[in-house]
Every structure is written in structure tokens, then in C-alpha cells.
Ligand binder design. Structure first.
Ligand code: UDX
Ligand code: UDX
Length: 480
């Protein structure tokens, strides 16, 4: 029986391994993690992450050919294939600070693998890593190998949160990169056979190591670039009276462009986009390609611009000050149907409003008060460390209240900011909300989820990203 071990029981490692176990009953899969609480949660009825369909997959295979354990070394030693899916935070100090990936966790995983191995192994990069990480890992492994043969593969994950199980069941493609040597090709073949249990052969792409590593960064950069493109156009739409939804629809009808990922928003978030682009930028700079680096940097700059533009719009509409005013924040997660807040645009928007001395009342159906407080007091990039190694937040942010209901959040508020596109925000009783707000009552829709016309009829002043402006807002121009 082939044995697989995955180091890192996170958003990527957990669902990916659960699906491999489901589709390959002849393979034994162990998911290991240094976090005891995470592993305990994977072994309980309350899994540590929420993904539609995940519970079902885990229930079917757990205890049969799917195991969650903190006994990292034993499972690594026994495995034929070791996936590594540990955190790769952005460095905050030293060389490449603010851009380069911090490979501390990866490196210690590699050293541990070399240390405990007694048989040949295939080591698979699953975390997104800068191009040529495999080479560094290979060196660590071979210099410590005691005669054991290690083959390194890059097998980046393309799943999106909220659709992880669906994405894993029928991926657009599986990408496997390896060395162009006979041993490298044999390793590629071995991993290909795992996926071939359920993925059609023509969707399994094999390449060299660097192509696979770079493809992951490039894919995320292209996706993020589409959002920054449509967000850049949204600013122009507001200035000219065009409607970004109509423009995106018309543009996306061109089959060469396609309709997906063209929703204007308050900005993209999530654990990958910004981090991967920063990585890409750093690699370009290191390779003496400043023009290419600047090109990609612009995708992040537009994203930052979009968030500060939104904050400026809120402040300028409300007579240039939100000091002491209650602002309701509806939605904090980086997108709907997840409780994940990593790099969510809500963090920057909230910080921006707090910088102008607003009082915030935040409601998100999936995010806890503890998480929100932690996010608002944490330093940039600190989120991407194993949870028990994250710096503790010093003090709770006083001007922030977190409530469990949209009506409570909006009671007595001067304005509402919608920052996540939760479906429930479409069907709130906005008349009831209007009646209990201060007047004039504002709605700033950062996700284009509400029916602006209906809200205007109730009496709200409404701002929707990239849509023609209300007379009120035209008189109060926002300067970014
Ligand atoms: C994502 C990305 O896919 C990855 O590229 C990025 O580097 C981190 O974020 P994800 O699975 O979402 O991966 O991360 P996370 O949920 O934080 O899981 C990583 C897990 O690795 C954590 O549970 C952590 O405890 C574990 N870990 C970390 C170890 O087991 N050992 C370590 O040395 C470090
Ligand atoms: C992304 C990639 O899609 C996935 O392939 C990769 O493996 C990891 O990174 P994820 O971070 O889960 O997945 O979320 P995604 O659905 O891509 O959304 C990212 C951000 O972009 C969210 O904040 C979302 O709200 C925003 N977004 C997305 C837009 O603002 N407009 C869009 O049209 C699409």
C-alpha cells in the first residue's frame, strides 16, 4: 500500500488529503501538524475549517485510510510521498522584508524529513513558494540524506476557498513539475498515478520544476490582475457616469476575455493573491527585471487604491468627518461563505475609518469577535504563522464593537459599509434599518449586492462601487 503524509493540516492540506483518501482507497493518507488543537479539531465533529462537502468526505474516510495526527516524525518516516503544505509568510524583517517569502517553516520541515527518513521518498511542494525553492529544499535534503534518495516535485494547489471540494473533485488541471532526469520522471509518474484515480489524463499537466512553481504564482497574479483591471475601470465609471457592471458584462462577452472574475469590489483579499504577487515582484527584482516587477506591483497598488478610495468616499460623503459617528460594517470575511479573514479588505477599510475616529459596529455571520479584534490589532503579514505562534494582540481596539445581527449593528448608525457579499445582505429589511438610523442615512456598497434604487426610494443615500453617483455624492468628491 502506498503511504502519503502531508505536513500542514490547513486550508490546503486538509481538504486535498481528504479527497485523495476518498478517491484512492488503496492509499493510506496521514495529515500531520504541529498544532495539537488543529489536529484535535480534525478528529472531532467540528472540523477546523468550513468547506461545503468537506465533513462528508472526512466522515467517510477518517479512521479507514485517512488519519490526522501530531506524530509528525513517525508518519513522515513511514511515507512514500510527503506533501509539504506549511505556512510561507511574507518576511517582515531583513533581506526582502515586505516582499520575499519567509521559508523558515519549509526549511525546518525539509530538515526534519531528512532527519527521520529511512527509505527513499518523493517530497512534494504544496504550499506556494517562490520559484527555485525546490532547488534549495533539494540541497537541504541531499546534503543530509545519509544515502537516501529524495525526489522533489512541485504540485501547486489551485483550489479556491468555499469551492475546495468541488475544485478538488474536478480540477481544471493538476500540475506536476519535476526534474528532467529518469528518477525525476519516475517520481512525476508516481504522483500522476495518484491523481489518475479520478482526474482525466489530459488534465494532468507535467512540466519542469520551475515552470510548475512559476505557473502557480502567475495564475494567481493573472486572476488578481483581472480584479485590479475592473476595479481601475470602476473609478473611471464613477467619474463618467458609466456603470461598471454593464462594462464588465460587455467586455466579458468577448470569448477571448470571458465573463469570470470581473466583479468590481472594494478590493481582493485572501491568503494568496497579495502574497504571491509580492513574491513574484521580489523574484523579478532579484533577477534584474525591475520593469516586470513594477508591472505586477501595480496590481497591488490598484488594490490598495481601491480600499483607500472607498474609505475616502465614506468620509467625504459624511461631511468630511466620521469622528465619533457610528458606522456599521456588514461583512468582514474576505469573501462570502467563509469565515476566513486573511488579508480581507475589511481590515484596511476598518483601519482607515478608525484612523478618522469612527466608532465601528461589525457584523459578519461567520467571523468571531476574537478574530476581528485580532485582525485589527495585528501587524501586516503576522497572520501567516501557525496560530499558536502568532503574536498575541496587545489590547482590543476600543472603538470597535462586534455584534451577531445586522439590525443590531446598524441601530443608530450614520452609515453602513457592506464589505462582504453575503447573500443575507441582499434580503435585509432595509426599511426597518433606515428607520432606526441617523439621518441622512448612508449605504456604501463595496460589493454591489444591494438594490440601490430600492434603497434610494426608502431614503438612503447610496454609493455602489463603479456605479453612477447620487447627486449628493457628486457634490462631495472623494480625493484618494
Ligand atoms: C496557504 C497557502 O496555500 C500556502 O501556500 C501558504 O504558505 C499558507 O497559506 P493554508 O493551508 O491555507 O496554506 O495555510 P494554513 O491553514 O495556515 O495551514 C498551514 C498549517 O501548517 C498550519 O495548520 C500549521 O500549524 C502547520 N505547520 C506550520 C506545521 O505543521 N509545521 C510547521 O512547521 C509550520
Ligand atoms: C484564490 C484562487 O482563486 C485560487 O485558485 C488559489 O489557489 C488561491 O487563491 P481564494 O483566495 O480562495 O482563491 O479566493 P477567490 O475566490 O479567488 O477570491 C479572491 C478575492 O478576490 C476575494 O476577496 C474576492 O472577493 C475577490 N474577487 C474575486 C473580486 O473582488 N472580484 C471577482 O470578480 C472575483
Amino acid at each position: 500500500m502506498v503511504k502519503i503524509c502531508c505536513i500542514g493540516a490547513g486550508y490546503v492540506g486538509g481538504p486535498t488529503m481528504a479527497v485523495i483518501a476518498l478517491k484512492c482507497p488503496d492509499i493510506e493518507v496521514a495529515v500531520v501538524d504541529i498544532s495539537v488543537s488543529r489536529i484535535n479539531a480534525w478528529n472531532s465533529d467540528q472540523l477546523p475549517i468550513y468547506e461545503p462537502g468537506l465533513d462528508d468526505v472526512v466522515k467517510q474516510r477518517r479512521g479507514k485510510n485517512l488519519f490526522f495526527s501530531t506524530d509528525v516524525e513517525r508518519h513522515v518516516m513511514e511515507a512514500d510521498i510527503v506533501f509539504v503544505s506549511v505556512n510561507t509568510p511574507t518576511k517582515t524583517q531583513g533581506l526582502g522584508a515586505g516582499k520575499a517569502a519567509d521559508l523558515t517553516y519549509w526549511e525546518s520541515a525539509a530538515r526534519m524529513i531528512a532527519d527521520v527518513s529511512k527509505s527513499d521518498k518523493i517530497v512534494v511542494e504544496k504550499s506556494t513558494v517562490p520559484v527555485k525553492t525546490a532547488e534549495a529544499i533539494e540541497k537541504i535534503l541531499t546534503h543530509n540524506s545519509k544515502g537516501i534518495n529524495f525526489q522533489i516535485l512541485s504540485n501547486p494547489e489551485f483550489l479556491a476557498e468555499g469551492t475546495a471540494i468541488e475544485d478538488l473533485f474536478s480540477p481544471d488541471r493538476v500540475l506536476i513539475g519535476g526534474r528532467e532526469t529518469p528518477a525525476g520522471q519516475k517520481a512525476i509518474q508516481a504522483l500522476k498515478e495518484v491523481y489518475a484515480h479520478w482526474v482525466p489524463e489530459e488534465r494532468i499537466i507535467c512540466s519542469n520544476l520551475w515552470s510548475a512553481e512559476l505557473s502557480k504564482l502567475a495564475a494567481n497574479a493573472f486572476l488578481a490582475q483581472r480584479i485590479s483591471s475592473v476595479n481601475a475601470i470602476s473609478a473611471l465609471c464613477e467619474a463618467t457616469g458609466a456603470n461598471v457592471t454593464e462594462v464588465a458584462h460587455a467586455v466579458g462577452k468577448d470569448t477571448r476575455i470571458g465573463p469570470k472574475f470581473l466583479n468590481a469590489s472594494v478590493g481582493f483579499g485572501g491568503s494568496c493573491f497579495q502574497k504571491d504577487i509580492l513574491n513574484l515582484v521580489y523574484i523579478c527584482e532579484c533577477n534584474g527585471l525591475p520593469e516586470v516587477a513594477n508591472y505586477w506591483k501595480q496590481v497591488i497598488k490598484i488594490n490598495d487604491y481601491q480600499k483607500s478610495r472607498f474609505v475616502n468616499r465614506v468620509v467625504s460623503s459624511m461631511f468630511n468627518t466620521v469622528s465619533g459617528k457610528k458606522i456599521a460594517i456588514l461583512g468582514f470575511a474576505f469573501k462570502k461563505d467563509t469565515g476566513d479573514t486573511r488579508e480581507t479588505p475589511a481590515i484596511d477599510v476598518c483601519k482607515g475609518l478608525l484612523g478618522d475616529k469612527a466608532r465601528l459596529s461589525i457584523y459578519d455571520p461567520q467571523v468571531s469577535e476574537d478574530q476581528i479584534q485580532r485582525d485589527l490589532s495585528m501587524k501586516k503579514f503576522d497572520w501567516d504563522h501557525p496560530i499558536h505562534l502568532q503574536p498575541q494582540s496587545p489590547t482590543a481596539v476600543k472603538q470597535v464593537g462586534v455584534v451577531w445581527d445586522a439590525y443590531e449593528a446598524t441601530k443608530g448608525a450614520h452609515g453602513i459599509c457592506i464589505l462582504t457579499e453575503w447573500d443575507e445582505f441582499k434580503s435585509l429589511d432595509y426599511k426597518k434599518i433606515y428607520d432606526q438610523m441617523q439621518k441622512p442615512a448612508f449605504v456604501f456598497d463595496g460589493r454591489n449586492v444591494v438594490d440601490a434604487e430600492k434603497l434610494r426610494q426608502i431614503g438612503f443615500i447610496v454609493y455602489s462601487i463603479g456605479k453612477p453617483l447620487d447627486e449628493w455624492l457628486k457634490d462631495m468628491p472623494a480625493v484618494a
